[in-house]
Write a protein of this length. Structure first.
Length: 235
């Protein structure tokens, strides 16, 4: 039996084990950490933008009053006319919010309004547009007989009625036209389904004493409307 003395030099097997390469060293983890941090920041930023967009949409819309059905100038606003809807930026539209529903009921429409129109206080009046001693007459006119491009509410007009055809009987000299002054209350357009003809009806506020004579002249088809300058009352 051979004894190994202490302090003897290592064998060739020991040298081979020392020269064998060790396990691979993992790469640094810093780059992975940076990527995770960037992903986290982008996620937070995206969430913040989504919340800001949601808040913006909520604050940009508000419940306002709109017409549930059409209303004509001179009609009284009833509960059936009013409903609510959400619209964007109601302040810019100067419309009434849903809390003003009761304040609009009973008012008189100053203009024709279609269903779905956001309601503004300027469209209505608390008093009748036809005052004491006044009357409202409707005058149908052809499109070619309208002075100017379009008549508008509040304009001063002169109603001209040609004399009746029988005015010169019995040797009487023919009479000149009869005229009355008034102001436009509303203008409505309607098209015939059977023919391509558009009819325009002009509602005019006149003195109460002139209303019957004007209505009779309208029936005879002897009326024309002349546009006057400025805005004013009835004469």
């Amino acid at each position: 039996m051979t004894a190994i003395q202490a302090g003897a030099p290592p064998s060739s097997a020991d040298d081979a084990r020392r020269d064998r390469p060790g396990p691979p060293v993992p790469p640094p983890r810093r780059q992975r950490r940076v990527s995770l941090i960037l992903v986290g920041l982008l996620t937070v930023a995206g969430g913040a933008l989504g919340v800001a967009s949601l808040v913006s949409n909520v604050t940009a819309e508000s419940a306002v009053l709109v017409l549930a059905r059409p209303i004509r100038a001179g009609q009284e606003v009833t509960p059936r006319h009013v409903t609510t809807a959400r619209v964007e930026s109601p302040d810019r539209l100067n419309v009434l919010d849903a809390g003003n529903r009761d304040s609009i009921l009973g008012l008189i429409a100053l203009v024709d309004l279609d269903a779905g129109t956001p309601l503004a206080r300027t469209y209505f009046s608390a008093e009748s547009v036809v005052g004491d001693g006044e009357a409202l007459v409707a005058i149908p006119v052809g499109t070619q007989d309208i002075p100017g491009e379009e008549l508008k509410a509040g304009q001063r007009v002169r109603i001209v009625a040609a004399p009746p055809e029988l005015a010169s009987i019995d040797g009487e000299p023919p009479r000149g036209p009869t005229t009355w002054d008034g102001r436009v209350f509303a203008v409505r357009h309607a098209s015939s389904d059977s023919a391509a003809i558009e009819t325009t009806t002009v509602s005019v506020i006149v003195t109460e004493g002139a209303a019957a004579d004007i209505a009779a002249a309208v029936i005879d088809g002897r009326v024309r409307i002349v546009l006057l300058g400025g805005r004013g009352g009835v004469g």
